[in-house]
Structures are given as C-alpha cells and as structure tokens.
Design a protein around this ligand. Sequence first.
Ligand SMILES: [Zn+2]
Length: 119
Amino acid sequence: MRLATLTEPVNPSPDRIVWTQSLFREINDRVKPQDLALLREDPDALLGFVCECGSRRCTELMLMTLDEYERLRTEPTRFAVLPNHHFDQVERILERNERFFLIEKIGHTAEIASERNPR
Ligand SMILES: [Zn+2]
C-alpha cells in the first residue's frame, strides 16, 4: 500500500480508485509517434507509461515493452502499476517484476473497468 497524501483520502473508495485508473489507462493508450520510431529500431525497447494505480497524486512512470503493454490491454479488468502501488481490498496481483505489478480488479469495480475500457 502506498503512502497517502494530504489531498487524498487515506482510503479512497473502490469506485474512485477504478475511475482514476481508467483515466490513466486512456492516457497510456495513446502511443506516441516517437515511441513507434524507437520500436522500429528496437522492439524490446522499454517505453515510459504512467502508473495506473488508483492514486490521483501518482504520475510516476513505469517501464514496459510494447508487447507487455499490449498483453495487458487484452483484458479490460487488468492494469499495470508500479511495485506496491496496488490496493489490496479491490485488486489482486497476477504477476510481479522489478518494473511493475500486473493487477486485476475484483468485485464490482471490475465491471466499471470493463465499461470504461477505451478499446
Ligand atoms: Zn502509482
């Protein structure tokens, strides 16, 4: 669990968490032209994506290959967050590595995540 800040509730509601995550997902889903140029040279290049955790104060970047990112986006209930940026009560960890945790929404917020899927 990450540290709360003064402008954010200590325990944001499950709905608030998933709305925040959906917003960051929309931002990440716009792959930039300069990224595509980089990928033509090196398909395994690490790109910077915004952490998709439920904290509105978090705008930290995590590194993923485009392949990792595309696999993530095949499931609308899944998000990628920086290590330990998950909220135990509303999501579970499917995979973890030193760069990011792959998480899946549980409970009714999984439905919200699916409804707000930009793809
Ligand atoms: Zn985060």
